[in-house]
Design a protein around this ligand. Structure first.
Ligand code: GDP
Length: 383
């Protein structure tokens, strides 16, 4: 997992922390890449020797200032330094690469697609992107950066999972607090999804455990994805151990209904990128929780419901047994989404911003001339 730029680094850093806290094994190796020394300093869980400062000769550790063309250039120039951080990673043991970046800024926006292209040329393993779209209040330049980066990034990765900050904005929160909450949401979803493909042989046995290849097949090769999520806390016996459930038989109909309703909530609730369900090409639903609460029938009902909603014949489903959890969570990965009004809106705003910037630039020389003009050229420059 490679975090490119500030947002990318923060999300990966939180992912590594989450993985450690839950004793997960989702992140085989984590790397952070940035042009700004200060951003790297804020990371707490990605080892120092896996933090790569690029573009030192160009920007001297001060970042690229939301210039994503410069971000792409420095990534291109210093790609070997990023590669050096990957050299001791046993790539044959990983299922895929994941590059995370905020698309509205400069470093990640420009650099992530460059790195994706490099990795795809070098490795057989799939390369996925996680692209974060800026909120609409961030303004024209960030929207323009995101729209251009989105187009480029999608072309370079096997699949681009999109997270839209706009849909997750809370009012009344500082940006810092807001991002911490948002990143938590994001990491939780990804952890259930990718953790599902990591279940140990000999670990808790589910009825139909999701395999890494099912995630890879759902993501496919090419396209855009979005993720839905819903969680339901389950009542806990006094003493708290789920192993005691055998004393109180769980009603199978309840369990089935709970799963079916969770699948609906996940798909119809807030998606990481809002889109129309109809026309989605592929899907995967993962139901995670205490084994007693997972049943094949519920997942099968949910799967069929999702087939109806999307019109897709390629909806996979499976479970992810987590014996110590006190909740049942459902993640729905929708891949090959095409009907996405938010992307069309983003592109429209980006085009307006671009025209506006060009107009201001084209007038800027003339405006400066007019400002310096003293009328009769009585004032002469010093030299
Ligand atoms: P870079 O360092 O130049 O790549 O730029 P940043 O990563 O700082 O910012 C790029 C965009 O990412 C911003 O416009 C925000 O929309 C978004 N962003 C920044 N920090 C976070 C974060 O912690 N979480 C999320 N979800 N988005 C962020």
């Amino acid at each position: 997992m490679i975090g490119f730029g500030q947002a990318g680094g923060k999300v990966v850093d939180r992912f590594v922390e989450f993985d450690r806290q839950t004793r997960g094994k989702t992140v085989r190796a984590a790397i952070a890449v940035n042009t700004a020394t200060a951003d790297l300093r804020g990371l707490q869980h990605i080892p120092k020797d896996k933090q790569v400062l690029v573009g030192q000769t160009r920007v001297k550790g001060h970042g690229v200032g939301a210039d994503n063309e410069l971000g792409a250039e420095v990534a291109e120039e210093d790609v070997e330094e990023i590669q050096a951080a990957l050299d001791d990673v046993p790539v044959h043991e990983v299922d895929a690469f994941m590059i995370v970046a905020g698309l509205g800024g400069g470093t990640g926006s420009g650099g992530a697609p460059v790195l994706a292209k490099h990795l795809k040329r070098l490795y057989e393993e799939p390369v996925y992107g996680l692209g974060i779209l800026p909120g609409s209040d961030e303004g024209g330049l960030y929207t323009l950066n995101a729209a251009r980066s989105f187009q480029t990034f999608v072309r370079e990765v096997d699949n681009l999972i999109v997270f839209d900050n706009e849909s997750w904005r809370h009012t009344g929160e500082s940006l810092g607090e807001g991002y911490a909450d948002i990143n938590e949401e994001l990491v939780r979803r990804l952890a259930v999804l990718f953790g599902a493909g990591e279940v140990d042989e000999g670990g808790a046995v589910g009825e139909s455990v999701v395999d890494a290849s099912e995630i890879i097949n759902t993501l496919g090769s090419g396209g855009v994805s979005t993720i839905g999520y819903a969680i339901d806390h389950v009542e806990c016996e006094k003493g708290g151990l789920f192993s005691r459930f055998s004393t109180k038989e769980l009603d199978e109909t309840d369990t089935t209904n709970r799963i079916t309703s969770l699948v609906r909530k996940a798909a119809l609730g807030r998606l990481t990128l809002p889109c129309e369900l109809n026309g989605v090409e592929r899907g995967l639903l993962v139901v995670a929780g205490p084994p007693d609460y997972l049943n094949r029938k519920g997942i099968e009902h949910g799967r069929r419901w999702l087939e109806e909603q999307t019109g897709s014949m390629e909806i996979r489903g499976g479970d992810y047994p987590l014996p110590d959890e006190h909740s049942v969570a459902c993640v729905v990965l929708l891949s090959g989404v095409t009907d996405v009004p938010r992307i069309k809106g983003l592109q429209q705003v980006a085009i307006e911003a671009m025209e506006n910037l060009e107009e201001i630039r084209s007038q800027s020389d003339a405006n400066l001339e007019a400002l310096l003009d003293d009328g009769d050229e009585e004032l002469t420059p010093l030299f």
